[in-house]
Design a binder for this molecule. Structure first.
Ligand SMILES: *[C@@H]1O[C@H](CO)[C@@H](O)[C@H](O)[C@H]1NC(C)=O
Ligand SMILES: *[C@@H]1O[C@H](CO)[C@@H](O)[C@H](O)[C@H]1NC(C)=O
Ligand SMILES: *[C@@H]1O[C@H](CO)[C@@H](O)[C@H](O)[C@H]1NC(C)=O
Length: 606
């Protein structure tokens, strides 16, 4: 039974346009379907461009289309079906051909790209149009750049599906006009805490390309390990976890090329001056403070780090800047993006009690503060970082708004701030000071939250009676965070519902350049990275591509349900180990697993 017949049968509502079986994610900014129905897709040939980026992307996509023979796994139902649920028949997968094959087969994809030489950098035009008309045997794709064309291809590969006879078809006619809301749409991997192999990193890039995320923020190292081959200081990788857990520069170039071919920028982060011990101490132990201290979370006033192991660069030692410059210059030549992330988070003052050079400096002038110390870092290190190609720098917001009270006095406003604390309040504070902001608010976007604690010898777990829930009592294990500082787990609905520019003035909102969902890797390696990342990162992908509201300003989180259910199956089919979100029953019975029977949100249309 075709959905429009269901609608007529129940006679409650009129459906505008066709029932949509395909449901690409992220939802395009504008997608308009005609009514004539599905049409056969023949052997598609590419015309209009010889750009190798586009030709190769098309080959990959067409191979996927023809080998996967994708059938949508969780189709969208027309609005009226929600009103008859749960008695309505489950969604049927067959596509009815209203015109019995009278349309000719589609045989070509014609690209029209204004300028194929525009590099993949911040603010590049990523827009495209994709049009299938009843009168043409071509699918027409128009874009300003090859990067826009790649976005069109990932939309098209989700539109072409397998019909019930084993052929390919596309629902049409359709006109898509699409462009992202934000130019910076990222996820963050952390290879300092645990190593990720190249295939697993590429798997993340595959998921990003399919969901139109365009920035891989690569937190390369941390205090625990230094996995990057350095030609100037080969000894740094003595602090890799093993000889098999090192990224050679050839391997990094391989990742960069793989990402670039898929429209993904790779922005490296070397975290300094905090979170720095491994690698650095192999060059010169005098440039690292407190590396051998007890981290002392059990005696907080004496703590030297927020997690083991401690270590921060010696801000006052001139040798530090010589090593920092050499390391930075080598990595800066390796990573070609205009942006480079230089860390700057979580500087712990207690660490410098173990630094004679620092305690002497404070003793010499009692007016000096830790803000002055961090200012010395900013004033000395930033010119080193800016020098090559006038790099655009990113720092964690701490350098301006210290999470634990330490921040510098003046930080140049041309540095982009990545905000992770305090939700919208910090986004507002930073943008109102004139900084461009990348939103990574931990309470919404940290994908590592809610998995419990990882530090051992923790007696807080040894409680065998739960407090009286009736009185609202809770403890660490029961109603508490269970050892995850940023518990609970952030679900796809939590992520998608985040209105991170709420209460910002237009001028402040203008300063938000995008979002990144970090997956810190204390409890992440190859075995779980994809299931923790996906499909939740896809909710962020749509949030940052076309937003979480429909044309009338209503939240479309419930509408995303079937789209993200389908997309998770699509990720898995494409080799990305995305986690299941719900029993498969929920995919096959649209909205039967909603909490609320009231579907008012959906009646606003989309
Ligand atoms: C560092 O020294 C200050 C001042 O002497 C003291 O208050 C603080 O507890 C010390 N912290 C550590 C980690 O030793
Ligand atoms: C002592 O430190 C304060 C704060 O940084 C500074 O304003 C002042 O000039 C310093 N005095 C001397 C003698 O260095
Ligand atoms: C916006 O500001 C109002 C008034 O200060 C406040 O009540 C509300 O919670 C804020 N909303 C957000 C999302 O921050």
């Amino acid at each position: 039974m075709h959905f429009s017949q269901v609608v007529q049968m129940v006679g409650l509502f009129t459906v505008v346009g066709e029932a949509v079986k395909v449901n690409p994610l992220p939802k395009p900014t504008s997608i308009a379907w005609g009514t004539s129905g599905a049409r056969s897709v023949g052997h598609l040939s590419l015309k209009g461009t010889s750009s190798s980026v586009v030709v190769n992307a098309w080959k990959r996509a067409y191979r996927t289309v023809t080998t996967l023979e994708w059938v949508p796994q969780a189709i969208e139902a027309p609005i009226a079906i929600y009103y008859v649920f749960p008695t309505a028949a489950p969604a049927k997968r067959e596509v009815s051909r209203q015109n019995g094959g009278s349309h000719s087969e589609l045989t070509t994809v014609i690209f029209s790209i204004s300028d194929t030489s525009v590099p993949l950098q911040q603010g590049v035009d990523e827009s495209y149009t994709l049009i299938v008309t009843e009168s043409s045997s071509s699918i027409a794709i128009t874009s300003k750049t090859v990067w826009g064309a790649l976005n069109a291809i990932t939309t098209l590969q989700q539109l072409i599906i397998c019909d019930s006879h084993g052929g390919l078809e596309i629902e049409q006619p359709v006109t898509i006009k699409d462009a992202p809301l934000y130019p910076y749409r990222g996820i963050m991997i952390d290879t300092g805490r645990n190593f990720l192999t190249l295939p697993k990193i590429k798997e993340q890039i595959d998921g990003m390309a399919l969901s139109k995320l365009n920035v891989l923020h690569w937190h390369l190292d941390d205090s625990q390990s230094w996995p990057i081959q350095m030609k100037i200081y080969p000894q740094m990788t003595k602090d890799a976890y093993s000889v098999n857990e090192i990224y050679s520069q050839a391997a990094i170039n391989d990742v960069l090329a793989y990402a670039q071919a898929r429209g993904v920028r790779v922005i490296p982060e070397v975290d300094m001056p905090g979170h720095a011990s491994s690698g650095w101490k192999q060059v010169d132990s005098s440039i690292v403070a407190c590396a051998n201290s007890w981290w002392s979370n059990d005696n907080w006033p004496l703590h030297t780090a927020v997690e083991p192991n401690p270590g921060q660069l010696e801000i006052l030692n001139p040798k530090t800047y010589k090593v920092v410059k050499n390391v930075y210059d080598e990595l800066s030549a390796l990573f070609s993006d205009d942006f480079f992330h230089v860390g700057g988070d979580e500087l712990q003052t207690g660490c410098y009690n173990f630094s004679t050079i620092t305690t002497d400096w404070f003793a010499a002038n009692s007016s000096r503060t830790y803000a002055d110390l961090l200012q010395h870092w900013v004033d000395t290190a930033m010119p080193i970082f800016k020098a090559p190609n006038n790099r655009k720098l990113i720092m964690w917001e701490d350098v301006v708004i210290g999470a634990s009270g330490v921040h510098a006095n003046t930080v140049p406003t041309d540095i982009v701030m990545q905000s992770w604390n305090n939700g919208i309040a910090n986004i507002k504070a930073l943008t109102s000071m004139g900084y461009e902001v990348i939103v990574s608010s931990s309470d919404w976007l940290y994908l590592d939250c809610g998995y419990g604690g990882w530090v051992s010898n923790d007696p807080r777990y040894d409680i065998n009676v739960n407090p009286d829930a009736a009185t609202g009592d809770s403890n660490f294990n029961f109603g508490g965070n269970g050892g995850s500082w940023c518990a609970p787990y952030k679900t796809w609905q939590r992520i998608y519902d985040y209105d991170f520019t709420a209460n910002l003035t237009a001028a402040e909102a203008e300063k938000v350049i995008g979002v990144t969902a970090p997956l810190w890797a204390e409890q992440v390696d190859d075995t779980v990275v994809s299931s923790k990342m996906w499909p939740r990162a896809a909710a962020l992908a749509e949030l940052s591509w076309s937003g979480n509201k429909d044309a009338n300003g209503n939240k479309r989180t419930t509408e995303l349900t079937q789209r993200i259910f389908n997309f998770r199956e699509y990720l898995v089919a494409n080799g990305i180990g995305a986690a299941p979100l719900a029993p498969k029953y929920c995919l096959q019975h649209p909205h039967s697993c909603d909490l609320y029977y009231d579907q008012t949100e959906l009646s606003h249309g989309s």
